[in-house]
Design a protein around this ligand. Sequence first.
Ligand code: SF4
Length: 355
Amino acid sequence: MSSASSTYGEIRHDWSRRQVLDLFALPFNDLLFTAQMVHRQHFDANRVQVSTLCSIKTGACPEDCTYCPQSARYDTGLEREKLMKVEKVLEEARAAKASGATRFCMGAAWRSPKNKDMPYVTQMVQEVKALGMETCMTLGMLSDEQAKGLADAGLDYYNHNLDTSPEYYGDIITTRTYEDRLNTLANVRAAGMKVCAGGIIGLGEEEKDRAGLLMQLANLSEHPESVPINMLVKVAGTPLENNKDLDPFEFIRCIAVARIMMPKSHVRLSAGRESMNDEMQSLAFLAGANSIFYGEKLLTTGNPEANEDMQLFKRLGIKPEEYQQYEDESAVEAELQAKISEQESDPFFYDAAKA
Ligand code: SF4
């Protein structure tokens, strides 16, 4: 490990499958140690960004994603809801802000937004931003024009996951292609928004597929700023309801490899966090996860109560990352570098790049 470790922490876009599989194959302690070293090169290791997710339109989705209770094709007993009124969305955003969230993510179960919906969603973006929160949306596939419209409204992040490797993808979704997903990510990037893209672990994929997913993300011309790593929530009525339980250490490995491959991205614990005990979540933070969804619901599957999260943060000495609006990105970088320098004088800091 020592010869290669001096390069860990660099931003790269040329990962080979062999290199990624080698990371997955490291002894667990070596992998976590490496991931934590990389994490400390770029982040304050005791800060976690907190987002809240609000389902602005629930269920009746025409897509066939086999893990999703919102697909109209599966009978999951989910109550369908029309597009939420802007005032209701704002009410939720105010409550999220009051409980410590800095980013408000709005999700709609659509194949893609219809043009008639765009004025409503752009209004939501403008008004949530006016509350002083970062905004994120996940609305399905976006044309370049729709992406520009959202960017003009001030949307900070757009979420669109790749879900799994290109090779395994066809076993999970047939109604949109991998290429469609990559095109949406390209439209989001070209419009100047930040990209949130990740995947799901526990779909029945093999380790090579997890490697394939992370390679796709890390070999994009820019790393997604936010990388959600979801653990499958097995919902009765979906085709994956009887999938084999995932070994928790396999999930933690995936977080650690994502951290090493995308050193400056926020790696987010997303769906599936409800079934993780405090010890597993702590291991995920140690492996480099530094963002969570917080609140009562994660779209339609449960999420631990917000106050339990804050209690865990307190026990671990973790503080929520604050949202500061900077005119100048260099101010953000300067602040981060100052925090990292503070860390370097910490006796627990070990920078492998300088070893
Ligand atoms: S994951 Fe998204 S696109 Fe797929 S069925 Fe669910 S809501 Fe629709």
